[in-house]
Design a protein. Structure first.
Length: 487
């Protein structure tokens, strides 16, 4: 904002030094600080308008010199006043984890505004230094110390901003790893289920082969027929041994196939369990990163509160409109910090990483569609996305480490309130597919999903699981399901 004269005075602007005569400064400071009334008969006094001009000439540089920059450079209003020695303003403690980008704004204070009165003396000799000079020197030293503290605080904020950005990158990587681990775990569960089905079929075929071989051999009657048709006892023995060898070979081959499939299934299930453990570990890492981000936000709020206190204290010391403008710039810098921090939090909450649509079993597909019809405005793909993230469409129904159960992972206490008899069999079962899906539809509908708006869906998903990464993961899964299955 331009000054009244039209000149823009930024943070690096240096005010001109005020010069006045030594007798005028000495008289003005003596009359003001010592509260001594003017005496027209006393040599060196300045009655009338001249007296007022001298007082203003002496006070303006002192007031300007006492006003220091906001934030960490402002002396605490609760600190005791120390006389006889320069007042040192200690740098503010470093605040870890500030998730903001701080503008590189100079907090340079007014330079040289307190000079000019340092040579003023009291008495009549003109050679000694009085209390006015010592006070002026103390104020000048306090302003210089405060400026150094402000510059150091600015450097610390910039350093901590870099650290916060690194932490945000860690959060993004953790979220990407969690998404990939979830996909890998669900894929491994599918393969394990397919292997178990194949093993079951192999066992059934093996049993059928054994029965067929026995039936073809005819049992004891077949052996008797073989003996009656043989030419000699040796021929009978040979034929019986041959038939038994063929039978054992058929049975052995079938058993080997079943055993090989059993080993493969065990290996696949072991891998699925390992991937599930890895996904749990990544989930813990995400929670830890979010906790660190919450701590950073708390520290930032404390820093902003301190900045507000310093700004209020600085306002009590200002006496000119120009200084008020500088304080307004400091407040604008604080708002920029808050805006940058909010943008950083929004970037942090974006889930990255591949999210694919899993195969939806036909009964789940129908349950999702019917459940969505119970809530006007809700898409069935939203229920399907929740079902995929929660249990992989029933592939992993728990109980979870938190005690959640069933296809839609309800806590029993929550299901007791929101449970619905979706299949109409007269029983509300947390493990039943249609009951769980209809209950989830009811919960999401009551939490805002019935609006069909982006804000309503976000609110509903956040109510389902109070973490932003979960909301983004479900939305990404919904988009993948739409791409594969349509709306």
């Amino acid at each position: 904002m331009p000054s009244p004269s039209g000149q823009v005075r930024g943070p690096g602007y240096r005010y001109p030094k005020v010069r006045w005569s030594r007798p005028a400064a000495r008289a003005a400071l003596s009359l003001t600080i010592r509260r001594r009334p003017p005496d027209p008969s006393r040599p060196g006094s300045l009655p009338g308008p001249a007296f007022l001009l001298a007082v203003l000439a002496a006070l303006v540089p002192l007031v300007l010199g006492a006003v220091v920059a906001p934030a960490a450079a402002v002396r605490s209003p609760f600190a005791p006043e120390v006389t006889g020695a320069p007042v040192t303003t200690a740098p503010a403690p470093a605040v870890r984890g500030l998730a903001t980008t701080t503008p590189r704004t100079s907090l340079t204070t007014i330079s040289g505004a307190t000079t000019g009165a340092s040579g003023a003396t009291t008495g009549t000799s003109g050679t000694t230094t009085g209390p006015e000079d010592r006070q002026a020197a103390q104020d000048a030293a306090a302003a210089t110390t405060a400026q150094a503290a402000a510059d150091a605080a600015l450097a610390r904020v910039q350093e901590l901003t870099t650290r916060a950005q690194d932490q945000q990158q860690v959060v993004r990587q953790a979220l990407a790893g969690l998404a990939q681990a979830s996909v890998d775990t669900n894929t491994a569960d599918e393969r394990a289920a397919d292997g178990r089905a194949a093993l079951s079929r192999a066992r059934a075929l093996h049993q059928a082969d054994v029965r067929a071989v026995y039936a073809a051999g005819g049992g004891d009657l077949a052996l008797l027929t073989t003996a009656l048709g043989a030419e000699s006892p040796a021929d009978v023995t040979w034929q019986m041994a041959t038939e038994q060898a063929v039978l054992r070979d058929i049975v052995a081959r079938g058993r080997h196939q079943v055993d090989d499939l059993a080993v493969q299934v065990a290996t696949t299930e072991s891998r699925a369990q390992a991937l599930g453990s890895a996904a749990d570990t990544r989930l813990v890492a995400v929670h830890d990163a979010e906790a660190a981000a919450g701590t950073a936000q708390s520290l930032l709020d404390q820093a902003r509160s301190s900045l507000d206190a310093y700004t209020r204290h600085a306002r009590t010391l200002t006496a000119t409109a120009e200084r008020s403008r500088q304080l307004a710039e400091a407040a604008a810098a604080a708002r920029a910090l808050a805006a940058a921090q909010a943008a950083a939090r929004a970037r942090q909450q974006v889930v990255t990483g591949p999210v694919n649509a899993l195969d939806i079993p036909p009964d789940y597909h129908l349950a999702y569609q019917r459940g969505a019809e119970s809530c006007p405005g809700m898409s069935w793909t939203l229920l399907a996305a929740v079902g995929q993230v929660e249990s992989g469409h029933g592939r992993n129904e728990g109980p979870s480490s938190a005690g959640a159960e069933g296809p839609m992972q309800f806590l029993p206490t929550t299901f007791a309130r929101w449970g619905v008899d979706g299949d109409g069999d007269g029983v509300i079962d947390i493990w039943d597919t249609e009951d769980a899906v209809f209950s989830a539809a009811r919960y999401l509908c009551a939490s805002g999903a019935d609006e069909g708006t982006e804000a309503g869906i976000h609110s509903a998903l956040f109510a389902y699981n109070h973490t932003e990464w979960y909301v983004q993961l479900v939305l990404a899964a919904q988009q993948a399901i739409r791409t594969r299955y349509g709306s």
